[in-house]
Design a protein around this ligand. Structure first.
Ligand SMILES: [Zn+2]
Length: 113
C-alpha cells in the first residue's frame, strides 16, 4: 500500500475494499475475502487482533471505512478465526485460502476432471 495513513505507513498494512460504505454495505463475498485476507496477514506478520484498526482510528478527518461497514462483525469473525487458529495450531484452512485466491475464485470441487 502507498500512502494510506500519515505517520503510520512504515509500520502498518492498509487494506482497501472497493465501494463506498457510507452509502452501501460491503457484499458478503467482500466480507468473506476480507476476513480471510486479514487472518492470513495476522498469521504471517504476527499481528494481534487489537492492532487491527479501522482507517478512521489512525487518520484524522476520515470516516473510513464508512458507517455501513460492519466493523463489529469483522472483529467477531477475526476473533473466531484467530481463536480457531490458535486452538488448532497451524490452521490448514488459512493455507488453503492462499491457494484459492491464486485460482481467482475457482473452487477446487469445480475444477475440470
Ligand atoms: Zn481508508
Amino acid at each position: 500500500m502507498g500512502a494510506h495513513a500519515l505517520g503510520v505507513n512504515p509500520h502498518s498494512i492498509g487494506i482497501g475494499v472497493d465501494g463506498n460504505f457510507e452509502t452501501k454495505p460491503p457484499t458478503a463475498a467482500q466480507m468473506n475475502s476480507l476476513v480471510k485476507l486479514v487472518l492470513e496477514l495476522m498469521e504471517k506478520y504476527h499481528i494481534p487482533l487489537d492492532r487491527v484498526v479501522p482507517h478512521r482510528d489512525v487518520t484524522e478527518g476520515t470516516s473510513c471505512p464508512g458507517k455501513l461497514f460492519p466493523w463489529d462483525e469483522l472483529m467477531q469473525r477475526l476473533y473466531k478465526g484467530e481463536f480457531h487458529s490458535a486452538a488448532a495450531g497451524r490452521h490448514r484452512g488459512i493455507k488453503q485460502v492462499g491457494k484459492q485466491r491464486q485460482n481467482s475464485g475457482i473452487m477446487p470441487d469445480q475444477e475440470e476432471t
